[in-house]
Design a protein around this ligand. Sequence first.
Ligand code: PMP
Length: 449
Amino acid sequence: LERWDKQYVWHPFTQMRQWQKERPLIIEKGEGSYLYDVEGNKYLDGISSLWVTVHGHRKREINQAIIEQLDKLAHSTMLGQANITSTLLARKLVEITPEGLNKVFYSESGSTAVEIGLKIAYQYWQQQGEEKDKDKRKFVSLVNAYHGDTIGSVSVGGIDLFHKIFASLLFETISAPSPYCYRCPLNLSKENCSMECVNEMESLLDRHHHEIAGVVIEPVVQGAAGMLVAPDGYLAKVRELCNRYNVLLIADEVAVGFGRTGKMFACAHENVSPDIICLAKGITGGYLPLAATMTTNEIYNAFLGEVYECKTFYHGHTYTGNPVACAAALANLELFEKDKLIETLQGKVTLFTEGLKRFKELQHVGDVRQKGLMAGIEIVENTATKEPFPVKYNIPHRIVLEARKNGLIIRPLDNVMVLMPILSMSLTELTQVLDITYAAIKNVTEEET
Ligand code: PMP
């Protein structure tokens, strides 16, 4: 199996020679908070299998819902037809998402959810009636942002390493500074910055609003940017700016949605309703690929017209609204209610917050950022200068291997160690995640110096 994997499979981001030399971790099964490899070793899933698993692996209720749906219908098209589970799920999503989001457009991944959000916004301004708004073709997004890998979502992404190579293919985006308080792009300190980064966005919108279709942001936490937690009030201020300058707010809740930040949706932390919301990852609890882009009736109505007017939204996928994926999502959402997951999260979040405090005492931890059950621990060589370790030392990957040796799967984003434990983990398991990560960081970084 190992040989075949190396011979035939191209893994995302990890084809480098170093991985070719290492033995791949081949996962065979999952149970609750654990993954098991083909040799029978067991690992706590500290990243929720790339931020998707909600109620644990091999959850009986979700498996059952999938099997029952498969027994009735595996797939049928959404073009001019409907299926039962996608309709029921849409109704449920409208009920639980922030107010005003009334229409659901399905796709299959976080990237497509964002791509669709951008295309809806772009097309909306082209056909909503006002001649003066037809110039609204650009987007504002944050430096460091990650919104996916399709060309549209790459356009609003800011991570140079991922995006620079495609520069000539991208549509125009204007970058606003990220609220990266540990390394403030405006060289201010968090205590007395007056959220200057939002003020920068304000002046940017003031100058460009006539050509801006929307502002795209991850509410409250920029995940793949390095778990950057925005200051309180940041999101509400962005909402207010979007209203004032007549641009759409597109909230990418692909990572932060479905309980990850301690509330069902991150927008709820600041009572914000976006014009468009992008959902994926946790929507099926980690069982099947599904995404949803939701918007308001007002925006949807701009796409209505007679057939000869060709006012349709120019987007549609073969597997859109797949009934099996929608059945998994419905079962996932039912479990949120049945297990009172959001309510029980609060105790776990407190334990997580407390447990993360001692990481700051480590010699090579520069910053610890956390919201709900998502955290980033930024590793630096020197805490005074905030200088990271030279890349050649490969510190983040060595921490990953050290944690794996002790039964925990984690992944870094650059020099930030990311913890995204499964939301249903017990307090004991969460403590283990913290303890193993702490020891791995300590052993690897302090051995280096
Ligand atoms: N948006 C955000 C905020 C994400 O974190 C991700 C994935 N990490 C995406 C979009 C893209 O999702 P996918 O990988 O499912 O296409």
